[in-house]
Design a protein around this ligand. Structure first.
Ligand SMILES: Nc1ncnc2c1ncn2[C@@H]1O[C@H](COP(=O)(O)OP(=O)(O)O)[C@@H](O)[C@H]1O
Ligand SMILES: [Mg+2]
Length: 1078
């Protein structure tokens, strides 16, 4: 959205009137009242047309900030409240955009704020013009020239602590873009008398105090100065210190500024040396010395100071000393030297000091110009700022005031001319009829002063050049003759007798009626000051100085260029420079700032009406307003005019479609403004009388209020309506929500109630059905029970006759049968495995089946053993039969038996067939060999044992040598009667033979074998099968054995362990054989 631009105007929120052209009625009182009113409200600026009146506030106001600069930048002159920035902006834009050179003329009396105003203008222009490193340097140099010039050209006076004691005109030069290029400064008439003498309460130029306060000890020594002000005659003592001013700090500022402006170090030093020399000159004192020829002579009292000055400046001491004692006058190629008396010597000293200082000042200005001058040759646009001392009226007015006031007179002249010219030009430009305006033209006063034939300045020059005794009195006489008839000249002794009795006019004075008031001038000193005499001896002495700067300041001292012509007088010099200035100003577009001083105390908030009235008078402000209002008081371009007042007429409000001028015409017709009150220019409307404008303003104000009310009304209506609509909408939304909520709640209530009721009803129904079903069931049960009982009764009644006695037994049997049946059926499933060694057997279910259960277990075991046996082959059966036989024979009888159970019975351990050693043995035996084994045959005589092969066949028992296989004995089985053995764990056995048989000749056999059980068993079985007789097997630990004819007892005893596991046999005696069993 485009930013809406608020059109403002000077006319908004005015305090008094911002433009005095609008004052009604117009007179001195209203003008002063208006200024006062505005001043009291801190509005220090007021316009008269395009002229800015500035009243010095003597306090810093917050109206020069960068924001303010921005406010005024590129705004119309009349758009904002009056401000010096508005004028600066107008001037700068006119220069930049319309290519018009500008000058800004700042006038006002001392302390009114001219210098401040000029600085504000410069700073504003610096702020708004182009930027960039180069441009900034130029700006900085231009701005920094101020502190330098102020140090040397300003002083504290009773009116102003920083009063400019010279006139300054500065041209700032710009390029076509409006960027600053450089500048040129012109200075006018430095008040050099201040160097040697200051009025009470005032000071010398700032630089002296700054130097003494701010210089380092080193610098002071170099300059041969002391810090104490009181050491110097030229420094007025009563007000050496200024409140709120730090001279030492300012000294540093100035040196810094000099550096920025471009002073070389040695240049700055030279300048300070000159300043020191001036100070020290004041300390040279003279004493009278009488000479024989009666002429007065003077002598320097203390030559020390002179010596130091000469050292500083490089002047030969004797030359300077002589210059202070003699004066050489050259006339007609003749040099005449006269001595100087004390007064003349002092005059010469002061003249030298003044000249030295004022020439130094001019040199400074030139030096600054050299630095700041534009570096290019391109065409430049120029803005001149003139800060010149204002009109001065003191108690004692002398030549200086005369000159100053003359300058102001000229400025007023140019002001009137240019203002009128501008006014006239505008009328012509706008095609408005020009009416002649009555106003006071001060050209006549200017003429009184500057006329070349009978002007006061011309008279003064004439007097000065005239031979013979010339005094101020003769000058006054001359004026009295020449100017007597002039309207603005007053003198007691003039030819005209008008003032003969005017006691306010002393005899030694003349009075001029300046445009700004009457000023009484003391004629004393006019001639002298106009001559501005510096004795040639002094200027020549200066020229001879070793100090380059001083030498250059006194070119006339060069004897080669000796010039007998008198130098131009101060008056004519000034007149000439003013004339050039005026010419210069006339080519430019003028802008005026007129400064007013509100009080003499340099105090804020005090508005001394008398003082202001005086200034208003001599500044000719009233005249100014009158000139401006002569034709038409107020003018304004059509567009802003229409913009401002269009609300006053229906056709133009709110929008006017046609050209602005037509709009304004319609507007003015509609408002019935008398035709003579306004005029239509090309681009502006001209209003003759401020009253008309105020009427317009009042109407506008009224209308604005109405409009504001209207806007307010519509706005309020709109606001209420939107508020209402919003409320209504909100209400509907809230109501809808609430209804919805309420309905929802009600629905939920109904729903839950319905559920409760439903559940109760369902419960009730269910209970009813349940009750009925239960009842029904009970009925059915009753019926069944009744039927059963009934049936039972009937059956029992029917069958009672058949089962009366046996029924119980039968039932019991049946039940028992059933139980047994069930037991067997269950047992069928529970039978354990068929392994004969399995000891498991299900537990007994009924006690009464106990014996059955045991029997069954036994039967089952037998059966499974049978089953197991049935699996055996014949061979296996044989083996088991043998093993069984062994068991029957030895189990629980012989301790050796258990170890034999696990050993299979092999029979023929010796494989005679296969061993060729026993081939013969084998061939000898025809029968089947049942046992073939190596045994130990115990010797019956001594109990020793020998190995024999023991062979058992079907019918015989054979013993053979183990080594040779040769048969040793052969016993038929029928001859074997008995086998004896111990009950212990040993392998001894005896074979008893039938008494009387062939084999029995040697007696019974006694053997020991590892396979005793097998041998005994097989022997038993074979005997049984062959002889059908049971072989007797005796198991006893003591038995008898037949050895040949003897019966020997074999006794088994428990042997000791030492003999190992083998039983040992020992023949104890004839009857006893002891076997030790381990
Ligand atoms: N616009 C201003 N705002 C604040 N103080 C001001 C203003 N103009 C002037 N002054 C005060 O008045 C004093 C004198 O002003 P100055 O410009 O030196 O006077 P002039 O040059 O007219 O003799 C300044 O030192 C300053 O204190
Ligand atoms: Mg000043």
């Amino acid at each position: 959205m485009a930013k809406m631009e608020v059109k403002t105007s000077l006319l908004d929120n005015m305090i008094g009137v911002g433009d005095m052209v609008l004052l009604e009625p117009l007179n001195e009182d209203t003008v002063i009242d208006n200024l006062k009113k505005r001043f009291d409200h801190s509005e220090i600026y007021t316009y008269i047309g395009s002229v800015v009146i500035s009243v010095n506030p003597y306090r810093s106001l917050p109206i020069y900030s960068p924001e303010k600069v921005e406010d005024y930048r590129n705004r119309n002159f009349y758009e904002l409240s009056p401000h010096i920035f508005a004028l600066s902006d107008e001037a700068y834009r006119s220069l930049r955009d319309q290519d018009k050179d500008q000058c800004i003329l700042i006038t006002g009396e001392s302390g009114a704020g001219k210098t401040e105003a000029s600085k504000l203008v410069m700073s504003y222009v610096a702020a708004v013009c182009g930027k960039g490193a180069e441009v900034n340097q130029v700006k900085e140099q231009l701005l920094q020239s101020n502190p330098v010039l102020e140090a040397f050209g300003n002083a504290k006076t009773v009116r102003n602590d920083n009063s400019s004691r010279f006139g300054k005109y500065m041209d700032i030069e710009f390029d076509f873009k409006g960027d600053p290029l450089g500048g040129v400064i012109s200075n006018y008439l430095l008040e050099k008398s201040r160097v040697v003498k200051q009025p009470r309460g005032e000071r010398n130029f700032h630089v002296f105090y700054q130097l003494l306060s701010g210089a380092s000890e080193e610098l002071l020594n170099k300059l041969k100065l002391e810090r104490d002000f009181s050491r110097y005659n030229y420094l007025g003592l009563d007000s050496a210190k200024v409140n709120g001013v730090d001279d030492a700090a300012n000294f540093r500022t100035v040196r810094n500024a000099m550096q920025i402006v471009g002073f070389m170090d040695h240049e700055a030093e030279s300048v300070l040396e000159v300043v020191a020399a001036v100070l020290k000159l004041g300390n040279i004192e003279f004493k009278p010395e009488s000479r024989v020829n009666g002429l007065d002579e003077s002598k320097i009292k203390d030559k020390n100071e002179l010596k130091e000055i000469c050292e500083l400046t490089g002047i030969d001491q004797s030359v300077l000393e002589r210059a202070f004692s003699f004066r050489t006058v050259e006339a007609k190629q003749e040099k005449v030297s006269t001595t100087l008396n004390v007064a003349q010597a002092y005059y010469a000293r002061d003249a030298l000091a003044k000249n030295l200082y004022s020439r130094l000042f001019s040199w400074l200005v030139n030096r600054i110009n050299e630095s700041i001058k534009a570096q290019t040759k391109v065409r430049k646009k120029v803005m001149g700022v003139l800060d010149i001392y204002g009109f001065e009226i003191f108690e004692d007015n002398s030549f200086e005031q005369f000159i100053i006031n003359y300058c102001n007179e000229k400025l007023q002249q140019i002001f009137i001319e240019l203002t009128l010219k501008e006014e006239q030009e505008e009328y012509i430009r706008e095609d408005i009829e020009w009416t002649h305006i009555e106003y006071f033209n001060n050209a006549i006063i200017c003429d009184l002063i500057e006329n070349n034939t009978n002007g006061i300045l011309a008279m003064l020059d004439e007097e000065c050049l005239r031979p013979g005794t010339v005094t101020d009195e003769t000058f006054l006489e001359k004026l009295n003759q020449v100017c007597a008839t002039h309207q603005h000249f007053e003198s007691r002794m003039s030819k005209c007798s008008r003032f003969l009795n005017d006691t306010s006019l002393p005899h030694s004075c003349f009075r001029i009626q300046h445009y700004a008031g009457k000023v009484l001038y003391q004629v004393e000193g006019f001639v002298d000051k106009n001559n501005d005499l510096l004795y040639r001896d002094l200027s020549q002495a200066m020229w001879k100085a070793g100090h380059a700067l001083i030498k250059s300041l006194f070119p006339e001292g060069n004897p080669a260029k000796i010039n007998l012509k008198r130098p131009p007088t101060a008056g004519s010099q000034f007149k000439a420079s003013v004339a050039t200035l005026m010419k210069n100003l006339q080519t430019k577009n003028p802008n005026y700032i007129r400064c007013i001083k509100p009080n003499d105390k340099k105090a804020a908030h005090i508005f001394n009406e008398g003082l202001v009235c005086h200034q208003v008078r001599y500044l000719g402000l009233l005249e100014n307003v009158r000139v401006r209002r002569a034709g038409y008081a107020f003018r304004q371009a059509y567009e802003p005019c229409l913009e401002r007042y269009k609300m006053l007429c229906k056709q133009t409000w709110p929008h006017w479609k046609g050209p602005a001028r037509a709009g304004v015409e319609v507007l003015f017709n509609e408002l019935e403004i008398p035709v003579e009150e306004y005029s239509f220019g090309r681009s502006k409307i001209f209003i003759r009388n401020p009253r008309t404008l105020f009427k317009l303003e009042d109407l506008r104000k009224q209308r604005l209020e109405d409009l504001a009310t209207l806007i307010q009304k519509i706005y309020r209506g709109w606001k209420c309506r939107t508020h209402f609509l919003l409320m209504r909408k909100s209400q509907i939304v809230i109501a809808a929500w609430f209804r919805r909520y309420a309905q929802q709640k009600r629905y939920q209530q109904i729903k839950s109630s319905a559920l409760v009721i439903q559940s109760y009803i369902r419960g009730w129904k269910a209970r009813k059905i349940l009750r009925e079903l239960k009842h029904q069931k009970r009925c059915e049960e009753a019926v069944t029970t009744i039927a059963a009982y009934w049936h039972g009764t009937q059956v029992r009644r029917e069958y009672r006759k058949f089962f009366r006695a046996n029924a119980g037994k039968k039932i019991y049997e049946f039940t028992l049968q059933r139980i047994v049946q069930k037991y067997f059926l269950e047992m069928k499933n529970k039978v354990p495995s068929l392994s004969p060694i399995d000891k498991n057997w299900p537990s007994r279910p009924y006690l009464f089946l106990d014996s059955t259960h045991k029997e069954l277990k036994r039967i089952f075991h037998l059966w499974r053993c049978k089953k197991y046996r049935d699996q055996f082959t014949d061979q296996q059966k044989l083996i088991y039969e043998e093993k069984l036989e062994a068991s029957e024979l030895f189990k629980d009888k012989k301790a050796l038996y258990p170890s034999s159970v696990g050993q299979p019975f092999q029979g023929p351990y010796l494989e005679i067939n296969k061993n060729p050693k026993y081939k013969k043995l084998k061939d000898a035996i025809e029968e089947k060999i049942i046992i073939a084994e190596v045994v130990n045959k115990i010797n019956r005589a001594n109990g020793k044992s020998t190995s024999r092969i023991f062979l058992l066949t079907n019918n015989n028992l054979l013993l053979a040598d183990q080594k040779s296989g040769q048969i040793k004995s052969e016993v038929p089985l029928v001859d074997v009667t008995k086998v004896s053995m111990s009950s212990q764990n040993d392998g001894f056995f005896a074979i008893h033979l039938k008494e009387g048989c062939e084999a029995a000749s040697k007696g019974d056999f006694l053997f020991s074998s590892d396979h005793l059980i097998e041998m005994a068993t097989k022997l038993y079985r074979t005997t049984l099968s062959q002889t059908k007789q049971k072989l007797n097997i005796e198991i006893s630990d003591e038995f008898l054995v037949q050895f040949r004819q003897d019966k020997v007892c074999v006794k088994f005893i428990q042997g000791n362990q030492k003999n190992g596991s083998v039983p040992t046999c020992k023949r104890k005696n004839n009857r006893l054989l002891e076997v030790a069993v381990p």
